[in-house]
Design a protein around this ligand. Sequence first.
Ligand SMILES: [Zn+2]
Ligand SMILES: [Zn+2]
Length: 177
Amino acid sequence: MRVPIVDLVGHPGETRALSRAVPAAEFGTDPWGPTVSSVHDPVELDLHLDAVVEGILVRGAIGYHVEIACARCLQLGAHDLEAQVTELFIDPTRREEGEEDDPGYELIDDRTALDLSTLARDALLIDLPVQVLCDDACLGLCPECGADRNAGDCGHRPGSEPDPRWAALEQLDLPPG
Ligand SMILES: [Zn+2]
Ligand SMILES: [Zn+2]
């Protein structure tokens, strides 16, 4: 997502608010990462752009509506996440000798714009909780048969091996009744 910054570049101390709800596709059409199934519209930007000597400092919050699989039962669930960001977009003409360039975090188009796509994607992945659960009380999948234990009792008990005598009985083809 391209943001014009002509009014800010070269005016350290100037600042501008950027509060906007934008379609997720504005940040590119690639998948958002292995753990995120989809990002729904809109992505909510609540940012400030500060002109500094080295470039533009982008700070604030980015809100996402995402679908993520539960770490226990693998069901997809909707989650609202908010990432706090503080990133400097470097003015390439100010880069020190020998400093590495940082694609995605540089002023582009002859220092007239910056692109928030990399920032929006990185912030989501970095801020993502390590374990997303559909519910704190999610019972997860049965390690025995793979059934979703939230949907009902499959008859297996966690941590207890099935009694071999019952297993033997299950093999028998008993007549009904
Ligand atoms: Zn779950
Ligand atoms: Zn089971």
